[in-house]
Design a protein around this ligand. Structure first.
Ligand SMILES: Cc1cc2nc3c(=O)[nH]c(=O)nc-3n(C[C@H](O)[C@H](O)[C@H](O)COP(=O)(O)OP(=O)(O)OC[C@H]3O[C@@H](n4cnc5c(N)ncnc54)[C@H](O)[C@@H]3O)c2cc1C
Length: 423
């Protein structure tokens, strides 16, 4: 298509949006704000949508869906860009960023958020009532995208995946309908969105449970890299003995330019108990190089993450894996994060959504591709670097059922600019 034709289609699409009742801002190529709004946090994604539509309310979302259908355009939804891995080239990029409302019901311990809300806003609002959401490693990540992809946070061993705490969602479906999904309404859709990501519709509101966690004993402590193998061997025994209130990860990383072993800790309880539980692990770690654990408000804990170029789940932490991840020469070592899963993640209530591989004991994340490392092929959709591998994030039976729900709610795969599940 020539530039002129593209411009005239874009003008038609804008007219279509306005005609359908779209009230938000509309950005076209060439405008400065277009380049701001099309950005993903992931630097390799260079999205060139035909039109960017910034939704201010649910009816804007409906108008965008109906217009995309009418003009046969692909549509992508983006709140923060933290998980945008598929460009919306030539389509409509629907931004939910302006829809940031967060409502807390402290009596029922429930939050209701609009689709542009970030975790930081929920943590702050819920914290005023001594409550915490099941947020993850970053305050900036969007609540909705995170939760629809399962959502694993530092309270997950105690309270489960964020998706398991969802009680209701409002969704605009592929045909532009507005539906409420919950245990009693559209239960199949409700099941699918709690782990199946944005494949089934655009969520315009999410309600989920909060938990009575005001303070945690948490932090990151650093030890010498020469203790890495001993720490990991102790870690695999020690993690079989600890309660679900304690979440940890061992990270082979750098501090002040030197390689080191970081141990990340969050304990939802008293400092003395945490220190007692951690003793056997710290015992083999040698002298502490840096860092401390402190009793702080939940919202203050900054646990950080590791970009997942290599991602796998491990049921046991085998010697050959420990050897493989600890043997890099100092000047060429990737960051390796081994995190303890299990607890409530492995034991969801009845009717829980399709979050996959719940039984895994550890995740192994490396910030570099590692084709030589044995790999079970199991992944977690929120940490998936390649959105074309969505099926690896689910158990076969759940994948089959996700396909059925997709056929029922989106038979033409209208929502495909994502970690796609085909109808
Ligand atoms: C720094 C960082 C830290 C992270 N930490 C964690 C962590 O601790 N635990 C964890 O589980 N994940 C974590 N993630 C992964 C993150 O949860 C996913 O990338 C998630 O998709 C981000 O959602 P978003 O809305 O912020 O991103 P966006 O890029 O705005 O959206 C990503 C995708 O989510 C879907 N989506 C977003 N909004 C909607 C909606 N309203 N309706 C339907 N679908 C929607 C769409 O498929 C969209 O393509 C982290 C990512 C980063 C970059």
């Amino acid at each position: 298509m020539t530039t002129q034709v593209v411009r005239s289609v874009a003008t038609d699409v804008v007219a279509g949006l306005l005609g359908a009742g779209f009230n938000g801002a509309i950005r076209l190529p060439g405008e400065a704000e277009y380049d701001v709004q099309r950005r993903s946090v992931i630097p390799t994604v260079d999205s060139r949508p035909m039109v960017i539509a910034e939704a201010y309310c649910r009816t804007d979302v409906q108008a965008a869906v109906r217009t995309a259908r009418e003009y046969g355009l692909p549509i992508a939804v983006q709140a923060t860009g933290h998980g945008t891995r598929v460009p919306a080239d030539g389509g409509i990029l629907l931004k939910t960023t302006p829809m940031t409302s967060v409502l807390i019901d402290p009596e029922r311990r429930i939050a209701k958020v609009a689709p542009g809300a970030r975790w930081g806003a929920v943590i702050d609002a819920a914290g005023q009532f001594g409550l915490a959401p099941l947020s993850g490693s970053s305050r900036d990540v969007g609540v909705t995208g995170y939760t629809l992809g399962g959502g694993v946070g530092w309270l997950a061993r105690k309270y489960g995946f964020a998706a398991d705490s969802v009680i209701r969602a409002e969704v605009v479906t592929a045909d532009g309908r507005f539906v409420t999904a919950g245990a009693e309404h559209h239960p199949d859709l409700f099941w699918a969105i709690r782990g199946g990501t944005g494949n089934f519709g655009i969520v315009t509101s999410l309600e989920f449970r909060l938990y009575p966690v005001r303070h945690v004993h948490a932090g990151i402590v650093y030890y010498g890299i020469d203790r890495a193998a001993d720490i990991l061997r102790r870690y695999r025994e020690w993690t079989t003995t600890i309660p679900n209130e304690l979440s940890t990860a061992v990270v082979l990383t750098k501090i002040d330019g030197r390689r080191a072993v970081a141990i990340k800790v969050m304990y939802a309880g008293e400092a003395e108990v945490a220190e007692h539980l951690l003793k056997p692990l710290f015992e083999v770690a040698g002298p502490r190089l840096a860092g401390e654990l402190r009793t702080i408000e939940y919202g203050e804990a900054a646990m950080g993450g590791t970009p997942a170029k290599h991602l796998d789940f491990l049921d046991v932490l085998r010697d050959d894996v420990i050897d493989a991840v600890t043997r890099f020469p100092d000047d060429d070592a990737p960051t390796v994060e081994i995190r303890h899963w299990g607890g409530a993640m492995a034991h969801p209530g009845p009717g829980a959504g399709p979050v996959g591989h719940r039984g895994a004991t550890y995740s192994l994340i490396i910030d570099r591709e590692m084709p030589d490392l044995p790999n079970s092929g199991r992944t977690f959709v929120n940490f998936l670097a390649d959105p074309g591998r969505a099926e690896t994030a689910y158990a076969p039976e759940d994948l089959r059922r996700l396909g059925e729900v997709k056929r029922a709610y989106d038979p033409t795969n209208f929502f495909h600019l994502n970690a796609n599940i085909r109808p």
